[in-house]
Design a protein around this ligand. Sequence first.
Ligand code: PHE
Length: 372
Amino acid sequence: MRIRLSLLLTAFLVVARAPAQEIVIGEYGSLTGGTATFGISTDEGVKLAVDEINARGGVLGKKVRVVVVDDQSKPEEAVTAVQKLITQDHVVAVIGEVASSRSLAAAPVCQRAKIPMISPSSTNPKVTRVGDYIFRTCFIDPFQGAAMANFALKDLKLKKFAILYDVKNDYSVGLREFFSNTVKQNGGEIVADESYGEGDSDFKAQLTKIKSTQPDAIYCPGYYTEVGLICRQARELGIHIPLMGGDGWDSDKTFEIGRDAVNGCFFTNHYSPDEDRPAVKLFVETYKKKYNGKTPDAMAILGYDAMNLLCTSIQKAGGTKGKAIRQALAETKEFPGASGLLTIDAERNAQKPIVVLKIEGGKTKFVTSIKP
Ligand code: PHE
């Protein structure tokens, strides 16, 4: 009798813990590899959001569980990661990626399966064009490239620019185009246009050519690993003008690799931890508490916002069918994200302000914020 009772009890507990009692969300990102800080920061932001959501009772009365897959900073692995999340883990939606090239690789898998995907921070315009199940919680690069060009022309009064971009990276290729278009349309000049490929470590040939054209600044829309090295090699060659970039510069590693060479440089970003907004202050404080005093970067705050928006949308949808979640996401208006108010437009992008940061004394300093 006793044995039977305990068997019954075990059976009951198993049922009570069955998957139906939780909502499973997938996340794919670069937890290792060339841009590991992108994936790690995003994951920290996502986890913080999930902890808070579950502490408030979860979504639709269920706990939220996140399954994270590392894509090793490789587009092919991003595809495999998302396939696994959908077919094996049966996730109801997917968060990822940071790098546009990897979001572009994996988005078609989500679109075909009709599983909503939110990229927290991929900014290349092509990402959400993959289809109507693909969203993002950040601005896009035509705005980002134009913002830096206008800032350099109007605020810094610079005229002649060189570009050094990563040909293997959709994000970098896009920003090169958007930046140079705005420069040319506003009376500026592109005097050099040089490239490299992700993983390169010697940029002296390109920088020597650039130096001979005597630009006022170098626009360098790449990721932190190469950008840090480029800054150092530029200084070694006696190039002392500012280098400028986009959100791809946002990593502690930029400072670690670039050291003194990054001082005097500028980059555009999604937020600054120094901003005086209450939502930013609260986020920075909670994040620091959870992660041993670490200051959150842009990926962390966008990962946090993406997860909160997703859970709010699932709650609004009243269920976990892909179509219903997609619909709720598409209807997002003025969602109070920590990084700012979030409205999803007809192209499934977010319209948000951008900040310009200057690097001084090995730290970023908030310079200005530009409205969309
Ligand atoms: N916006 C970059 C891309 O699309 C990724 C990125 C986002 C990098 C935020 C740093 C910070 O590839």
